[in-house]
Design a protein around this ligand. Structure first.
Ligand code: MG
Length: 241
């Protein structure tokens, strides 16, 4: 899983360097798929099924009020857009999953605060991924950091265990009480993924069966790492160096 995580981090570095204003999102999808194949892996999201819905692309691209699961297409990225990129790969039978949000250009002040807070919330959540902890410790760390900043915590979707499947137990909510929920043990690997908004906690899914937006159209950000829980503490697998 370390190898899968490192390969995914390499693709993230490529995307961070390449994504630019005026690029159609389908172009980012092509680039992502090409880079995943180049590192000898397979895209984890392409063909992923929820019920009868099949995800058609290698990456989810969610812009502004879109929280997650946006489908790449002809839409071009604009200056000031809040762009969330979420994708995974499979290598040697093991999955890795990651997400990050970037503002194209300078953006407005609240959007910048949102992106900074979501990335920091991820770090705070990951710090609680220790043997003997509970998933509620992670959720509490995330929620108690963002709520005072007048931001919403998406509750309808959560982080997850990961390994030979993309989604495994336990669920890892971005909210909760300390000392509650599933026990964390050394050897577990989880995807921690706060989805934070500038408004409501509530989301809805659009008619394409995938794109998930905030109910109040407020902007959202999303950061995710695949994290191994080791006796020495959390080890982020989807990070370089
Ligand atoms: Mg995930």
């Amino acid at each position: 899983m370390r190898t899968a995580g490192r390969k995914l981090a390499e693709v993230v570095a490529k995307l961070r360097a390449e994504v630019a204003v005026d690029m159609p999102t389908i172009e980012i999808d092509r680039l992502t798929e090409a880079e995943i194949l180049k590192v000898g892996a397979r895209p984890a999201f392409k063909g992923y099924k929820v019920g009868k819905a099949v995800f058609p692309a290698s990456i989810c691209i969610s812009i502004n009020e879109q929280v997650v699961h946006g489908i790449p297409g002809k839409r071009r990225i604009r200056e000031g857009d809040v762009l969330s990129l979420d994708f995974g790969l499979v290598y040697g039978g093991y999955y890795a999953d990651t997400a990050f949000t970037v503002i194209m250009g300078e953006g407005d002040e609240r959007s910048r605060a949102l992106v900074t807070a979501t990335e920091e919330a991820l770090a705070l959540g990951i710090a609680k991924a220790v043997p003997g902890g509970r998933v509620g410790d992670i959720g509490h760390a995330i929620e108690s950091y963002v709520r005072p900043q007048k931001m919403g915590v998406v509750t309808q979707m959560v982080g997850h265990g990961i390994g030979r499947k993309l989604h495994e137990p336990p669920s890892v909510p971005n909210y909760g009480k300390r000392g509650t929920g599933d026990l964390l043990k050394a050897g577990m690997v989880i995807a921690v993924e706060p989805m934070i908004t500038l408004g409501t906690d509530k989301t809805k899914i659009l008619g394409d069966q995938w794109t998930t937006v905030t109910e109040d159209n407020s902007r959202a950000a999303h950061f995710e790492h695949t994290v191994a829980i080791t006796p020495a503490g959390p080890e982020i697998l989807t990070k370089l160096g």
